[in-house]
Design a protein around this ligand. Structure first.
Ligand SMILES: [Zn+2]
Length: 243
């Protein structure tokens, strides 16, 4: 049976704690009525969190995944830690915020990169300490120049906001889908979320973002690799972690 989880992080990516009631437990993990954990997808890793039961036990969420067909939002835990947890139990959920905030910074940074480089995106990945995008691009790119442009956008402190449109509206504006290989998530309600960086970028995206570019912090284009014909892989790291 599938349970639709209210995804609290979609409208507010800064919620660090919530209570959650167990809706389903199976060999894949636990589903809740609501969650602050982002499920792995769109190139962004799934969140980690700690659950606290009413009797004071702690259970680590070691990954959050989504069943793309059923839209089930599944919190992965070590199987031997969930004995005694039952459907209907209410637990406290606390996000591994440091980890998530890194992912948010890098995700927003990749949208800036998309805005700077006018070429189709073939794929991307957001890790805790680095992020990359693969562009369908033939012309060479200069690392120093790209770093400078990126940090100019970051220092401009542009607001980052989200809003929702229908699947039909998205279909009428295909330019809002930037990454052909990573389609933005369509949900059961038939709506899709847009992420706007004021004056810089607008695209469909289900990921978690910071609320202004300044929060991204200084970034450095670490590597530009050629991955086959027309494929340029650009990797960014935090400037203070690059030395
Ligand atoms: Zn995105």
């Amino acid at each position: 049976m599938s349970h639709l989880t209210t995804e609290l992080f979609r409208n507010d990516s800064y919620i660090k704690q919530c209570t959650a009631t167990v809706a389903q437990i199976d060999e894949r993990g636990i589903q809740f009525d609501q969650s602050i954990c982002y499920a792995h997808g769109g190139g962004q890793l799934g969140d980690h969190a700690v659950l606290q039961s009413e009797d004071g036990r702690s259970i680590n969420i070691i990954d959050t995944i989504k069943d793309r067909e059923t839209h089930e939002h599944i919190h992965v835990v070590d199987a031997d830690t969930i004995a005694g947890i039952n459907i209907g139990d209410t637990l406290n959920m606390e996000l591994d915020w440091q980890r998530r905030f890194s992912l948010m910074r890098f995700h927003s940074c990749l949208h800036l990169l998309c805005a700077i480089i006018d070429a189709p995106v073939n794929g991307g990945s957001i890790q805790i300490d680095r992020a990359r995008l693969d562009f369908d691009l033939q012309e060479p790119v200069d690392k120093a120049e790209l770093t400078e442009k990126l940090n100019k956008h970051i220092e401009a402190d542009a607001a980052i906001s989200t809003r929702w449109i229908t699947d039909a509206e998205l279909d009428a504006h295909p330019e809002l889908v930037r990454t052909m290989s990573v389609k933005p998530p369509r949900n059961a309600e038939g709506t899709i979320r847009l992420v706007e960086i004021d004056g810089i970028d607008l695209q469909a995206c289900g990921g978690t973002h910071v609320t202004s570019t300044k929060e991204i912090g200084a970034m450095l284009v670490r590597k530009i690799e050629n991955k086959g014909k027309q494929n340029r892989r650009i990797t960014v790291v935090a400037a203070d972690a690059a030395s």
